[in-house]
Design a protein around this ligand. Sequence first.
Ligand code: ZN
Length: 140
Amino acid sequence: MSESEREFTIKSYLDFLAEKKLMGSKCKDCGLMYVPVRKLCPKCNTANMEWVKMSGIGKLAAFTSITVGTPFFVEKGYGRNKPYCFSVIKLDEGPMISGQLIGVDESKPETINIGMPVKATFIETDIKGETRVDLGFEPK
Ligand SMILES: [Zn+2]
């Protein structure tokens, strides 16, 4: 199926992520972009959407340093002695999106600055022979 024919669903969004593409939906009427995708524009109440590839460039809006992680992160070796950062990013195109923040010193949150420029990256994890791809961010 060609990219433009995919349905505007979370499943399609995640399929794109697995292909290392950060895609959003753009309302053809008002130009607002949505990540993850929306089928309907809440502003215009229309389904006049198109897929757009996001730049992945944005700014750190918020983050938290996590020492008691989900099983997925515990499995990856994160924990009390090795925290990981989960962040909220405001993309240059407008939408806010969350993901793991890497390339920073997680044990020194005071060195991580709100507003710093970041770019999207794709974090691969091998789980039982299969590769999982997660959206992450790193300093730009
Ligand atoms: Zn709209």
